[in-house]
Write a protein that binds this ligand. Structure first.
Ligand SMILES: C[S@@+](CC[C@H](N)C(=O)[O-])C[C@H]1O[C@@H](n2cnc3c(N)ncnc32)[C@H](O)[C@@H]1O
Length: 303
């Protein structure tokens, strides 16, 4: 994860992953209309706006109010060429219709969390700092990690950890959580990380990642319905692309990457541009370790 800078001394930073590769595949041109479905802090959008100048447009969608505000400020020099909406990328069709737009020339998704979210302990995305078990990208939503952990049945918790985290110790961890919450309500990231760690014998702790990594990933996916949102956009993408229009998606774990790969392959209206996913160079990984797990796939609309 790329570290954001100290918020007390400098503005938050999120280093855009595969910036050149993604924007080259999107191939923005003057006059085109592009959607950035995961605006974040606007790093990819800024580059797209530069590449489609002087008259191309970017419409950003972002669930996180804080990120939306920062990106809108950052991209204000582009004037009316940039606009943004506080809604999920799964609602892009509604958002475009409200603007009187039916088709666009490209859609970019850079999935996952931004450094701004990950490094802020009050958001609850990380087990590395203590904070509330929240994990919502959009804080207007009701579901939180805390509600899931304290209310879901043992079987439902195990399914979340197994299917969304590919955690082999899913049942054991779920049992421990259910036992522990009878004694004490679980409301913090450190409490959950401790339960996960203590439920797995030391000899089964993974060497390369923290023992709670998969459980935290699974919860984040469940809280934000990440796979449902991705499935939704992949199912309607050809309805909003012009012929020749491109879709570029950067994923950070295998569940998302597989979904993109299969949905691209099964859509007869799409021509795949990336036989194999594009990954970060050694140089980029060194500069931004978060890029290590990034996979970029792109396709265009046949016309
Ligand atoms: C990896 S960051 C994007 C960073 C961005 N490309 C940049 O360069 O700054 C992912 C962003 O997507 C947002 N996000 C995740 N799921 C979303 C959804 N369903 N709809 C809209 N935004 C979403 C997150 O809040 C986060 O800010």
């Amino acid at each position: 994860m790329a570290k954001s800078s100290d918020p007390k001394t400098s503005p938050p930073i999120h280093i855009p992953v595969l910036l050149d590769e993604a924007t080259q595949l999107l191939a923005p041109v003057d006059g085109g209309i592009y959607v950035d479905g995961t605006l974040g802090l606007g790093g990819h959008s800024e580059k797209i706006l530069q590449l489609c100048s002087p008259s191309g447009q970017v419409i950003g969608f972002e669930w996180d109010a804080n990120a939306l505000e920062l990106a809108t400020k950052r991209l204000s020099p582009f004037g009316q060429r940039f606009s943004a909406q506080h809604r999920s990328y799964s609602e892009i069709m509604d958002g475009l219709t409200e603007m009187g737009i039916q088709k666009v020339d490209g859609v970019l998704l850079d999935l996952g969390v931004s450094s701004l979210q990950f490094d802020n302990e009050t958001r609850g995305f990380s087990f590395q700092a203590d904070g509330p078990l929240d994990m919502r990208m959009d804080r207007r939503r009701h579901s939180t990690a805390e509600k899931i952990i304290n209310n879901f049945s043992k079987d439902d918790l195990a399914d979340i950890f197994y299917y969304f985290g590919e955690e082999r110790q899913a049942r054991r961890i779920a049992s421990h959580i259910v036992e522990e919450r009878k004694k004490e309500y679980i409301s913090t990231t450190s409490h959950l990380a401790h339960i996960v760690s203590s439920s797995i014998p030391k000899k089964f702790h993974p060497r390369k990642i923290h023992v709670a990594t998969k459980v935290f990933q699974a919860l984040r996916i469940a809280v934000n319905e990440e796979l449902d949102n991705l499935t939704a956009i992949l199912d309607f993408i050809t309805k909003i692309l012009t012929p020749g229009g491109r879709v570029c998606i950067i994923t950070f774990h295998s569940l998302e990457d597989r979904l993109v790969k299969w949905k691209f392959r099964d859509n007869s209206l799409l021509e795949i541009l990336t036989k194999k996913p594009v990954t970060a160079s050694d140089e980029e990984i060194k500069m931004n370790p978060r890029s290590r797990s990034a996979k970029l796939r792109a396709a265009y609309m046949k016309g």
